[in-house]
Design a protein around this ligand. Sequence first.
Ligand code: AMP
Ligand code: MG
Length: 423
Amino acid sequence: MIPVDDYLRHIVSLVKPLSPTMLGVYDALGCVLARDLPALVSVPPFTNSAMDGYAMRVADIPEKTCADAPFSLRVVGDIPAGDSRHLTCEPGTAWRIMTGAALPDGADCVVKVEDTDQPSGNAPLPKAVTIFTSPSLHHNIRQAGEDVTEGHIVLQSGIPLTAAALSSATSIGYSQLPVYPQPRIAIISTGTELVTAGKALRHGQIPDSNSVLLHNLAISNHCKVTAVHRCNDSTEEFYHTLIKVAQNADIIITTGGISAGAYDVVKAFGMKSDMYFTRVAMQPGKPQGCGVMTNSRGDSVLVATLPGNPVSVFVSFFAFVRPVLYRLTHRSPNSVLPPIAATFTSSWTSRAGKRQFVPVHVTDPLRPGETPMATPTHHLGSTSHLVASLHLANGLAVIPEDVEEIPQWGIVDVLRLGTDMCS
Ligand code: AMP
Ligand code: MG
């Protein structure tokens, strides 16, 4: 058996970071930005009104006997948002102006419509407006560049592109971005007992839940799934499927067929083709295998052969596949939320010499002053076939190799399953 960290280092060393490409802002969610982005335009690009109201000059406010004495100005026209005329506000006049419309030259404040004698909404342009307040200089005005100025680096190379980051990139003038592409993942689940989701089961058969699990884990970790196949335990069928899906994949993930069974085809095939199979000191997920194959285009494709049991697949994804994805996309391992300390609500035992990953539900770690509680999602803990309760887990409690017992209310480290790319 080899330690978890040694196997992790080995599998991650088999991949090289992907080359950057250009992607549109509608397609780049979850990709990692490949270079710094300076603002091509300032935000806002021009000085504009923050309110629907009247643009005027502070100098036109008459000397008042009392603070809120009303005054009137002649209204010379309307400035809707998007109006591209270059306009001027002459002394003694006001423009009716809408939120986001460019401020006319000379105007230095905006009075919102609610502070005038005019109705709000779709009303005819008045000849004059009476104003009930004394606006200060720059009141209700958004200055050009007050968010960011042209040339300023707004988005740094290496950040994951969230919805907010993509809208920021758009606001500073980009439609296409240099990114590290989403890794392409092909999935092959092996097992003659497997049946496609929803199909009737004969005695001895089970639904193929691993394909669904991996497909959706890949998507939610911003990968592109290029193939999903289910194979019987036939070396021939497995080999042909592998060759086929390798044409369009950076990683092939297989499940099942790598233990000690007489029909473990993945292992039988892999042993003949220089794949590395080992037993990792962990529970679940002990049998693991990996290797690199070359497709007909000469591209290297990582083959990660995971065990068949669904909880093992889940744990293996977070323990080994996710770090591989980070390397492929130049993402720092810090993109994974750091483990949190949590109070374990049950007493627990673990086998000496193995790192145990227990699917747990952790309470909100952000509640101030409270250590979150971690509760195993099933009383059998990390037993590897407990697929139907897996959805309750939002973390994996990690019980180190040298710990054999956790008392109830003891403290455990919990690996969180989200990333920093949730917004
Ligand atoms: P294996 O490693 O092929 O011996 O599989 C170990 C266990 O996982 C067996 O009980 C399989 O039936 C189960 N298993 C394998 N593949 C899947 C799958 N795709 N979906 C659900 N269970 C599976
Ligand atoms: Mg099998």
